[in-house]
Design a protein around this ligand. Structure first.
Ligand SMILES: Cc1cc2nc3c(=O)[nH]c(=O)nc-3n(C[C@H](O)[C@H](O)[C@H](O)COP(=O)(O)OP(=O)(O)OC[C@H]3O[C@@H](n4cnc5c(N)ncnc54)[C@H](O)[C@@H]3O)c2cc1C
Length: 447
């Protein structure tokens, strides 16, 4: 795939990668070995028949390829762009043992973009069962559960607290990675299945828990939108943001176009971002596009960065400065931020995740000048709704506990996605939502 030049892309929020041409896509698809036991399918949390769709790409039948993907995945243009294919389908592709694996994600993106350009297709839908299911949260989990259930003939009401559907796809991931018109087009396709979307409905407040439990079944896909802070001195100064707030202001509220839109954001000239995941990379790259000189501080080594390699590379190309083995300990300033004091970290024994446990080195603190500080150190399940339902069993991190079918501790309540796992990935949220939707179907049919 081709990327726009760095000079072009740091000026705006348009998509960085320009995608494959039809010729590129066919040539790439022709490399596929069409394995008898395709590992790529087992590597895909929503089990797309990958060899079958790639076979159609090689034959030049892009619509048939799209139809095959759509059987399992209603959000292919999104997944083609943001899924960590390198550790899923592509990570197990047999060709990857000796050379490059098939670029499955790029092919999925190409096929989905072709379909959108030439008119979206709808998968088959069963006759109405007459039963009603409530889905809470219109992120990838809620959208997938809604689509699956609507296809199985249920009347689905999808509640979303924000004024736009999409969850993190809309408010978190910036448009230079995931253009919002693409998210909207795939959401519209889900709604065409007959899903009744109710925006600006905060379940637990404007819709009560009792009203929710009146449905025949409930799916909770409320995500992990509660940002963690570091508890640092100075964290209350103006100019300190959680990545969640910073990204929401720009992506959803268009703060980059203030005062045309009425939500502002502080455009830092020196920005420090703390964290090393996709969220940190996104916050850093957005701050760069707002005109700042950006330093990303991460407490472990570069090889331990949890972000996708492509995102790290893009961030570096765009001039983000990486300071590894360092950790913010104090935000400096009186009325506003003037800098961030960091400690140096040494890497000692491996921790439970197999990564070296960082330890502070005494006497080696240093300061980075800054007028904006963004904490991107993780987020947990939003307790607003799930905290209102004491019968729901929750884990140590506030996540809803589910079984292998997505069933919670309550008889007709299911859950999936980040609310159950904590911050994870789009495709894992979608896979969990599909599992839960089928379990809901089994439960209601048995009734
Ligand atoms: C900045 C950022 C970048 C990311 N990049 C990637 C990436 O590149 N690849 C990847 O795979 N994953 C990425 N992720 C993770 C991925 O986006 C999440 O794992 C995924 O969105 C989880 O889906 P979900 O549906 O469970 O939750 P969410 O997407 O969080 O959606 C939950 C929805 O529920 C709504 N809601 C919450 N409470 C209520 C309520 N009480 N009533 C009504 N509605 C409610 C919220 O408003 C939200 O719309 C990223 C996350 C972030 C924050």
């Amino acid at each position: 795939m081709h990327d726009r030049t760095v000079n072009q892309r740091i000026q705006d929020f348009s998509e960085v990668s320009t995608g494959m041409t039809a010729t590129d896509a066919k040539a790439e698809a022709e490399r596929c070995l069409q394995c008898k036991k395709p590992l790529c399918v087992t590597g895909c949390p929503v089990t797309i028949d990958i060899p079958a769709f790639i076979r159609e790409v090689a034959a030049g039948d892009f619509r048939k390829a799209a139809a095959i993907i759509k059987e399992q995945n209603m959000l292919p243009a999104i997944c083609g762009r943001v899924c960590p294919q390198e550790v899923q389908c592509e990570g197990v592709c047999i060709l990857g043992k000796k050379a490059n694996p098939i670029a499955i994600g790029e092919l999925e993106r190409f096929v989905a973009d072709e379909e959108r350009t030439h008119g979206m297709m709808m998968p088959q839908k069963k006759v109405s069962t007459g039963r009603r299911v409530a889905v809470v949260g219109a992120g990838p989990a809620g959208l997938t559960a809604s689509a699956e259930l609507a296809r199985m003939g249920y009347h689905v009401t999808l509640f979303e607290s924000l004024h736009a559907a999409g969850g993190v796809l809309m408010y978190g991931i910036p448009s230079f990675r995931l253009p919002k018109e693409i998210v909207k087009a795939e959401i519209d396709a889900v709604l065409t299945l007959g899903v009744d979307l109710k925006l600006n409905h905060l379940v637990g407040r404007s819709v009560t828990v009792n009203e929710l439990l009146n449905y025949d079944a409930v799916f909770l896909g409320t995500g992990a939108g509660l940002p963690y802070f570091m508890g640092l001195p100075g964290e209350n100064l103006p100019g300190v943001y959680s990545a969640n707030e910073f990204l929401t202001r720009v992506n959803l509220m268009h703060a980059d176009r203030f005062p045309v839109y009425d939500t502002p954001v502080k455009r830092g000239s020196r920005v420090v971002v703390a964290g090393g995941g996709n969220v940190a990379m996104d916050a850093a790259r957005v701050a760069r596009r707002l005109g700042g000189r950006v330093t990303l501080v991460y407490r472990r080594r570069e090889e331990d960065l949890p972000a996708r390699i492509a995102e790290v590379e893009h961030a570096k190309e765009e001039g983000i400065e990486f300071v590894m083995c360092a950790n913010p300990v104090r935000i400096l300033g009186d009325q506003a931020i003037t800098g961030v004091e960091c400690s140096r970290m040494s890497m000692c024994e491996l921790d439970a995740s197999g990564r070296p446990e960082p330890k502070e080195i005494d006497g080696e603190n240093f300061t980075i000048d800054a007028d904006v500080f963004i904490a991107a150190i993780g987020q947990g399940p939003n307790p607003l709704l799930i905290g209102e339902i004491p019968e729901l069993t929750r884990g140590k991190r506030g996540n809803v506990i589910i079984d292998e079918n997505g069933h919670t501790s309550m008889r007709k309540v299911f859950a999936g996605g980040d609310v159950a796992t904590g911050a994870a990935t789009v495709i894992l949220a979608m896979g969990a939502a599909k599992t839960a939707a089928h379990a809901i179907d089994r439960m209601l049919r048995e009734e």
